[in-house]
Design a protein around this ligand. Structure first.
Ligand code: ZN
Length: 289
């Protein structure tokens, strides 16, 4: 059997045809433009390939209530042309196959849980830090949904006293995580992109402070057995030790360090699947696990 997988991102769409073993047989990526431009390209790729179902891990927010008329639609996205676009239904109508959908970060978290860094754990939090910040939470094998889906990038944080822009840059909130620590926030605050900031620049200590606040809040709220960080900003590998140290500092002994197994370096980690978490998760959404 063959399966379609789509990692729908804000800047590019990654499409793949996968076999029973989860191996990609064919894969392309196309830029994310408007639905009227990008949907025909994607439908043309999947058509005639013999796929029996399609899994989508998408940017959001998404309507993930199966009983809602808008199930699988993009909702209040800052990407205006995709706002209220019925992503799941459009593929179901065009391809006439079952289509499963979840957030891109829930899909990536699922892949890390099943096949990646957290495959021996019962829960994990996957966080991407890039153009935006999002997080997917898996508890006992299931992506967490509720009122909608977690939007962990928009949790509110106390700004650091030395932050030159303590309100951050989110159009919705003052000092939320995404507004303080996303790639565009780093670039606007310092005038240089993350790629161009040297490793000893104070930007990184500040970034680690905000991401450590996320870790502490997640540990206190959900008690995940592992926190995995991916995304463009996290390609700066020197951030990982800074986040681990800052997390322990902010926990201030409230959670015994011995609970973190082999230590923080095995608790706050890179994705085991590298950059393939998203597309692998999209496949798992439709393939089962
Ligand atoms: Zn926000």
């Amino acid at each position: 059997m063959l399966y379609g997988a789509l990692e729908a991102g804000g800047t590019k769409m990654v499409l793949a045809v996968m076999n029973d073993l989860g191996e990609p047989l064919e894969s392309i990526s196309v830029p994310t433009r408007t639905p009227s431009e990008t949907m025909p390209e994607m439908i043309a790729f999947f058509s005639g390939k013999g796929i029996t179902s399609l899994g989508i891990g998408s940017f959001g927010p998404l309507d993930l209530n199966p009983s809602s008329p808008g199930y699988g639609s993009v909702t209040e996205s800052p990407k205006l042309s995709w706002r209220h676009f019925p992503l799941r239904q459009a593929f179901a109508d065009a391809l006439r196959i079952p289509v499963a959908i979840d957030t891109d970060v829930n899909a990536a978290a699922l892949a890390e849980y099943c096949l990646g860094a957290a495959r021996r754990k019962k829960s994990c939090l996957y966080v991407t830090v890039g153009t935006g910040i999002g997080g997917g939470l898996i508890i006992h094998g299931m992506p967490v949904h509720g009122l909608m889906h977690p939007e962990i990038g928009h949790i509110l944080l106390p700004p650091h006293p030395d932050d030159p822009v303590p309100d951050g840059f989110c159009p919705y909130h003052r000092h939320c995580l995404e507004g303080l620590a996303s790639g565009p926030a780093v670039e606007k605050r310092w005038g240089l992109s993350g790629r161009d900031l040297p490793a000893d620049h104070p930007a990184w200590q500040l970034e680690a402070h905000y991401l450590a606040q996320l870790c502490v809040n997640a540990i206190m709220a959900f008690s995940p057995e592992m926190i995995i960080f991916g995304g463009g900003i996290m390609q700066q590998k020197h951030l990982f030790p800074l986040i681990r140290i800052e997390t322990l500092s902010l926990l201030n002994g409230y959670i015994p360090e011995s609970l973190f197994g082999d230590g923080m370096s095995s608790y706050i980690v890179e994705p085991g699947l590298g950059t393939a978490s998203g597309i692998t998760g999209a496949y798992l959404l439709t393939r089962g696990r």
